[in-house]
Ligand binder design. Structure first.
Ligand SMILES: Cc1ncc(COP(=O)(O)O)c(C=O)c1O
Ligand SMILES: [Zn+2]
Length: 400
C-alpha cells in the first residue's frame, strides 16, 4: 500500500488518487521519499529511467513518453556581458514536447495512472497543463477531461483541442473549480492530475537533477523559477532535498520564486513574514499562465522557502515584458511572459544583492513564447517597406 505524507503534520495517509490532501491540515500531500539508498542510472537515455530511483514508479512504460526532458542548459553569455553578471544559464524547458515544463509532471502522472489501471484522467488548467495532459492522455489512449478557465486564449484552446480531449470551459472561481474537480473526479473515476498533484510534482524533480548533472555536479548559487500554484517550485526544491538526503550535496541552492505583481499572493505573504497565503481577489497580469489567485501549493512553498533560505519576489508586467524582449534580443530565446519573470526576478535581485563573480545562476524558462502570441503588440514591429526596384537602395542605407 502506498502512502502520501503531509509536510505540516508529518502524518502519512494511504494514497487516495482522487483526493491527495491532508484531512487535518487541508494541504496537498506529497510522495514520501523512500528509506532505501537511491542512485542515478546514467547509462539510460530517457530522463524518467535515468532518475527512476527518485520517482514514485516501479518501472517506466516507454510507449507513454513524448520525449519530455533532457532539455539544454544554455549559457547566457551576451546577457552576462551586458550586465557584468556572474555565469547565468537557462534551463530551456520551452523545448519540451508541448513547449512547456508541464510535460515532465504529466509524463509521471500518466505513467502512474496506467500502472494503477486508471482509464480516465483530467486537469484544471489556464492553458499549458491542458495541452500537456490532453497530449499525454491521447498517447496513452485515456479518456481525458480538461476543465478550462473561461478566458483561455484561442491559441491555447486550439492547441489543446487538437488532441480531442473532452473540453469544458467553466465560468466561476478558479480556486473553487480546482477543489470541486476532486469530488467530481471521485464520482466519475477521473484522476484529476492538477497543478499540485503529488506525482506531477515528483516529475518536476527531474529538471533539478538534470541541472545538477549539467553543471557537473555543482550547486548553483541561485535557481530562479516562476511560481503560480506552487507545484513546479516544490518539485525543483525537492530534487535538491533528495540530493542532500543521498549525500550528493551538503546544502541547497538559494531558490528564488518569482510571481507577477498582479497576482502575487505567495510573494505578499513572504514579504509580510506570514506562514499562510491569503488568496487575492482578482489576478491582473499579462503573465496569464501564472495567474492563480488562490495557489493550492502556496503554504508548502512558503514553508520550504523559509526552511531553506529561499526568496519569493514579484515583478511588474513592464519588467516581465522587458525581460522577455531581452531574452529574445540578446540570447535568441522566445519565452512566454510567465517565464521571463525568472530573468526579471534576477534583474530585480541584482539591484539589491551584490552577485559574486563565482555565483552560478540558473533561470528555469518554463514555456514557449508561441503559447502567448496574443500578448504581443503588432504596433511595435520594426519593419521597413520597400519594392524590388528600390530594395538595393534600402539595404544600402541600412548597412553601415
Ligand atoms: C509557463 C508556466 N510557467 C510557470 C508556471 C508555474 O507553475 P506552478 O503553477 O506549478 O507554480 C506555469 C503554471 O501553469 C506555467 O504555465
Ligand atoms: Zn497535515
Amino acid at each position: 500500500m502506498e502512502n502520501l505524507e503531509c509536510i505540516f503534520c508529518q502524518k502519512k495517509y494511504p494514497m487516495d488518487i482522487f483526493n491527495p490532501f491532508c484531512p487535518e491540515c487541508q494541504e496537498p500531500l506529497l510522495y514520501p521519499s523512500p528509506s532505501k539508498k537511491r542512485k542515478f542510472s546514467l547509462e539510460k537515455t530517457s530522463p524518467l529511467e535515468k532518475f527512476l530511483d527518485f520517482l514514485p514508479l516501479s518501472k517506466i512504460a516507454p510507449n507513454l513518453s513524448l520525449g519530455e526532458g533532457n532539455t539544454p542548459l544554455l549559457n547566457l553569455n551576451r546577457l552576462r556581458e551586458n550586465f557584468n553578471f556572474p555565469p547565468v544559464f537557462i534551463k530551456n524547458e520551452t523545448v519540451n514536447p508541448l513547449a512547456c515544463f508541464k510535460d515532465r509532471g504529466t509524463a509521471v502522472a500518466v505513467q502512474k495512472a496506467q500502472s494503477l489501471g486508471i482509464k480516465r484522467i483530467g486537469t484544471v488548467s489556464t492553458g499549458n497543463m491542458a495541452s500537456s495532459t490532453a497530449a499525454y492522455g491521447a498517447k496513452a489512449g485515456l479518456e481525458t477531461f480538461v476543465l478550462l478557465k473561461n478566458d483561455i486564449s484561442t491559441d491555447k484552446l486550439l492547441m489543446t483541442s487538437m488532441f480531442s480531449p473532452i473540453l469544458v470551459k467553466v465560468e466561476g472561481d478558479y480556486g473553487e473549480l480546482f477543489y470541486k474537480s476532486f469530488s467530481l473526479g471521485r464520482k466519475h473515476n477521473i484522476y484529476f492530475m492538477n497543478s499540485v498533484d503529488p506525482f506531477r510534482i515528483e516529475g518536476y524533480k527531474v529538471t533539478g537533477f538534470e541541472i545538477f548533472l549539467q553543471l557537473e555536479s555543482r550547486i548553483p548559487q541561485y535557481i530562479f523559477a516562476p511560481v503560480s500554484s506552487g507545484g513546479h517550485l516544490i518539485g525543483l526544491m525537492r530534487a535538491f532535498l533528495d540530493l542532500k538526503k543521498e549525500g550528493f550535496i551538503q546544502h541547497l541552492p538559494s531558490f528564488v520564486g518569482v510571481q507577477a505583481r498582479g497576482c502575487s499572493p505567495i510573494a505578499q505573504a513572504y514579504a509580510s513574514g506570514k506562514s499562510k497565503v491569503k488568496r487575492i481577489k482578482k489576478a491582473k497580469t499579462i503573465a496569464h499562465s501564472i495567474s492563480n489567485p488562490d495557489p493550492p501549493g502556496g503554504n508548502i512553498v512558503l514553508e520550504l522557502i523559509r526552511e531553506n533560505k529561499g526568496i519569493i519576489l514579484d515583478v511588474s508586467d513592464k519588467e516581465i515584458l522587458k525581460a522577455q524582449k531581452m531574452l529574445a534580443e540578446l540570447e535568441g530565446i522566445f519565452c512566454e511572459p510567465a517565464s521571463s519573470t525568472a530573468l526579471a526576478g534576477l534583474l530585480k535581485l541584482s539591484e539589491k544583492d551584490k552577485l559574486k563573480p563565482n555565483d552560478r545562476i540558473v533561470l528555469v524558462i518554463t514555456g514557449s513564447g508561441l503559447k502567448a502570441m496574443d500578448i504581443l503588440d503588432p504596433s511595435r514591429i520594426n519593419v521597413r517597406e520597400t519594392t524590388i526596384l528600390s530594395l538595393e537602395k534600402t539595404l544600402d542605407s541600412l548597412v553601415e
